[in-house]
Every structure is written in structure tokens, then in C-alpha cells.
Design a protein around this ligand. Structure first.
Ligand code: GLV
Length: 326
């Protein structure tokens, strides 16, 4: 008998075909997310689940899923999953690191450039039919090239952002849980500094740390005050690492110049005040959303799930203790 697996959201045809080769698949290709009760109910007889960052895998869901052996998240971040609760039940958890680094770094740069050069404001101006002609002082922005970039979270994606910064001749500062060895810092052309130094010196601050209770509101009113009034804040990681209400105040009061955001607290119900502000560039959590990268992420998750259900170690296993338990 093939193992039973649930796919919670729409995936690509090749992802489903691969899963069908190895598993008995139930999939939600309507792409309407399951509510918690439905998810728990659907998982009752499943050995595995391929899920997304919009699915909460918490103790209540796990309690209903007595046969579950693997939770394969189609994302690198996994704050939607209670990993310790999974480990306690011997449920393996996997994510999709690596395949999305370049695309997500590209999006961080897209937000930086768009916020610096006021691109969404410029486009709205044209679409509103307001453009009367060229003007020397029109929509003056700030330069990205030769500016100082502060990267908070120098993991895989942070590193790709730093490498891109070289092309823009930027000075790169970084803050990370651990300092990288000298050869890595040389490759990144980045200087390790304290959070305070980074906030005080950077023209652009990019957040690339994972969300957890420890990083909740990592940037709040106090941190925003430490930034330059000309600084631009970019969040291409997870909502919740910024206190959105404090950021809105800072953008309204000129505490900082602008922001570029791909993620929000309580998304998709973002704070409506963002919509009124001209100095923020908004994107709907599309950091990794290129055709090639999203296909690679879905296939990586499917591979992880199949490995776990066929007795191999999933390539991106996050909790090895769970495999030893199973
Ligand atoms: C997307 O946000 C991811 O974590 O992969």
C-alpha cells in the first residue's frame, strides 16, 4: 500500500505527478486554504502532508493526525509549524532552503530600488494622467549605488543580497547571530557590526532574519529612531519582525524616509494605513515567486515528503530527533 499524503494548496502538475508515483495523494487544487478544523480532519488518515506557510501545523492539528510522519513545508521559513510539538510526536519537518536564495535576494533589491527611486509613486502618477512633461526636480529619489547597506540576518539569502550589493558598489554592514569567518566576510565584502551601529550607519536596512518569538518586533519604535531620517527599511523575510504600527508612524513622521515591504503582520489583512502612504512600496509576499523558483520549491518539498515516507532521510530535515524517534 502506498503512503497517504495530503497536499494542502495548489501545486504544479509535475509536483502532483511525482507525488502520485509514490503516494496515494489527496490534494486541494482549488487553492482555497483549509481552516484549522478541516486541516485536522483531512490529516486523520494521512502519513504525510505537503503544506504551505499559510497552514498552521499546531498541537491541535497534530493531535488529530495520529499517523503523520512528515510535514513538508513549501517554504524556507517554517514559523507556521510547531517544530518541538512535531518532534515530540516523532513527526519529521522539512523546508526548502537554497532553491529560493537568488530570487528572494532579487526581490529585496527590487524593493530597495523601487523605494529609493519612488517607482510605485511614479507609476501611479503616470496612470493618473498627471504627467505634463519633464521637470528637473521631478520625483527626486536617492541613490542605491555607493550607499551603505545594513543586512540583518546573514544566512543564505542575506549573503546573496550582499553579493549583489558589490555590483552597486555599496558598503555592506551586517548583523547575524554568529559572525562569519574572515574568508566569508571577504567574499561578502561585509563588515560585522552591532545592531546599534548597523541601524545608525545604514542608508538601507534589509531584514532577512527568520520570525520567531525571539525576533518578534525586532524593529520597533526605538530601533526606527536609531535609523537615519534618510534611511529606507526593507522587509523581505516575515511579517512580525517589524512592529508595523510603529513603522507606519515612522513613515508618517519622517523618522525614516521610506520602506519596501513584501511581508506584513497578520497578512493578508495588512494595516490599512500602509495604503495611504506614498513612501512605502508594497508587495504581496512574492519574494520567491518566479516560475522556476516556485516550481523548484514545490518539487523540493515533494522530494522531502517522499524520502521521509519511503524510509530515507529527507534532504532538508529540520528535526533529526524526530526521525530517530519514528
Ligand atoms: C517564503 O516566504 C519562504 O519562507 O519560503
Amino acid at each position: 500500500m502506498k503512503p497517504k499524503i495530503l497536499v494542502t494548496r495548489e501545486v504544479f502538475d509535475e509536483t502532483l505527478a511525482y507525488l502520485n508515483d509514490h503516494c496515494d495523494v489527496e490534494s486541494n487544487q482549488t487553492d482555497k486554504p483549509f481552516d484549522a478544523a478541516t486541516l485536522a480532519q483531512r490529516l486523520k488518515d494521512k502519513d504525510g502532508v505537503v503544506c504551505c506557510l499559510t497552514d498552521r501545523i499546531d498541537p491541535a492539528v497534530l493531535a488529530a493526525a495520529q499517523r503523520l510522519k512528515v510535514v513538508a513545508n513549501i517554504a524556507v521559513g517554517y514559523n507556521n509549524i510547531d517544530v518541538p510539538a512535531c518532534t515530540a510526536r516523532g513527526v519529521m519537518v522539512t523546508n526548502t532552503p537554497g532553491v529560493l536564495d537568488d530570487s528572494t535576494a532579487d526581490l529585496a533589491f527590487t524593493l530597495m530600488l523601487a523605494a529609493a527611486r519612488r517607482l510605485t509613486e511614479a507609476e501611479a502618477y503616470i496612470r493618473a494622467g498627471q504627467w505634463q512633461g519633464w521637470h528637473l526636480k521631478q520625483l527626486l529619489g536617492v541613490d542605491v549605488h555607493h550607499a551603505t547597506l545594513g543586512i540583518i540576518g546573514m544566512g543564505r539569502i542575506g549573503q546573496q543580497i550582499a553579493r549583489r550589493a558589490g555590483g552597486f558598489k555599496m558598503r555592506v554592514l551586517y548583523q547575524n547571530r554568529n559572525r562569519w569567518p574572515a574568508d566569508v566576510e571577504k567574499w561578502l565584502n561585509a563588515e560585522y557590526v552591532t545592531k546599534e551601529q548597523l541601524l545608525a550607519q545604514s542608508d538601507f536596512v534589509v531584514l532577512q532574519i527568520p520570525y520567531s518569538p525571539a525576533t518578534h518586533h525586532y524593529i520597533g519604535a526605538a530601533e526606527l529612531k536609531q535609523m537615519k531620517p534618510t534611511a529606507i527599511l526593507i522587509n523581505s523575510t516575515r511579517g512580525g519582525v517589524i512592529d508595523d504600527a510603529a513603522l507606519i508612524d515612522a513613515l508618517k513622521n519622517g523618522t525614516i524616509r521610506a520602506a519596501g515591504l513584501d511581508v506584513f503582520e497578520n497578512e493578508p489583512q495588512l494595516n490599512p494605513d500602509f495604503l495611504e502612504l506614498k513612501n512605502v512600496v508594497l508587495a504581496p509576499h512574492v519574494g520567491s515567486s518566479t516560475e522556476a523558483t516556485r516550481r523548484a520549491m514545490a518539487m523540493t518539498a515533494a522530494n522531502n515528503a517522499v524520502a521521509a515516507l519511503t524510509g530515507s532521510t529527507p534532504p532538508n530535515l529540520l528535526n533529526t530527533e524526530a526521525k530517530n524517534k519514528a
